[in-house]
Write a protein that binds this ligand. Structure first.
Ligand code: PLP
Length: 286
């Protein structure tokens, strides 16, 4: 079955789904995106993802391409056309197509919208969670507004590639002060020796992950104590557990950091419990 993408008003086979060479997303990375989990054919936490999209757009003064209701129709239709039961739906909004010039185009330039959907194997993700993943660390060399989910992801791309080349799954960015900010495409967490769940505050130094937000609720239901504060690499290396969170992977335990095992080097019970209970707290929409 050929995959179908939505591009500026049309559903097209991927082979024909192109964007104009003067789209500002292509020219300047002048756009934002969202990734939403699809589970049993339903969108997970769409409301929260679209709230974050609205925020990203307004921070960059890009207008919304359409109403939320219309966007939801396109998201669901793209999932349906691609027969995705489990996987992700991706959406990208850019400042539109205009003659190349750094300043904003005229206010009547319509934003561009691209939506794609992709199936993934829940068993493969569960196997990854069973085995745990390895993480390396890299200096955080990103701009100050990583709270905006822009398609300008070059430092994240390079960090992820470095992780792969070193046999790891994810890279954690380390701030100038030695604290962990987040992963290249995930939020970072540890469980301390005194059983506190620690993750960095979502100021402008990290992306406020939707999975992260829902995990606060899950942690509450499990009676776990959460501390929203920065933690150092040294603290992570001494932690009982570490894990990463994202819409596509939910919760994945980290078993090694820079080649050194976390605890005994096997996934821990807290990450497993958070993962097991996650979808009781996430919102699903038909
Ligand atoms: N941090 C970064 C840099 C990301 O790119 C992502 C997801 O793509 C996350 C965190 C996790 O966010 P969410 O839980 O909304 O997927």
């Amino acid at each position: 079955m050929s995959r179908i993408a939505y591009v500026n008003g049309r559903y097209l086979p991927h082979a024909d789904a192109g964007i104009h060479i003067e789209d500002r997303g292509f020219q300047f990375a002048d756009g934002v995106y969202e990734v939403c989990e699809v589970r049993d054919g339903l969108l997970v936490d769409a409301r929260r993802h679209l709230d974050r999209l609205d925020r990203s757009l307004s921070e960059l003064r890009i207008s919304a391409p359409m109403t939320r209701a219309a966007l939801l129709v396109i998201l669901r239709e793209t999932v349906r056309l691609n027969r995705v039961r489990n996987g992700i739906v991706y959406l990208q909004v850019t400042r539109g197509i205009a003659r190349r010039d750094h300043g904003f185009p005229s206010a009547d330039t319509p934003p561009s919208l691209v939506v794609t959907a992709r199936a993934s194997d829940p068993k493969a993700n569960a196997a990854k969670a069973q085995a745990g993943v390895k993480v390396i660390t890299v200096p955080d060399n990103r701009w100050e507004r990583v709270d905006i989910k822009t398609v300008g992801l070059l430092p994240n791309v390079l960090a992820k590639q470095q992780a792969r080349e070193q046999g790891a799954y994810e890279a954690w960015f380390i701030d100038e002060d030695g604290t962990v900010t987040e992963g290249a495409s995930t939020n970072a967490w540890i469980v301390t020796q005194n059983d506190a769940l620690v993750t960095r505050p979502a100021d402008t130094g990290i992306l406020r992950g939707i999975t992260r937000t829902v995990l606060f609720e899950v942690a509450g239901a499990l009676g776990l104590r959460v501390e929203e504060r920065a933690f150092t690499l040294a603290e992570a290396l001494e932690a009982k557990e570490a894990f990463i969170s994202s819409a596509s992977g939910v919760v994945l335990p980290v078993v090694a950091l820079d080649g050194r095992p976390i605890s005994s080097g096997v996934p821990g019970p807290v990450a497993a419990a958070l993962r097991a209970r996650f979808h009781e707290h996430a919102e699903t929409q038909a």
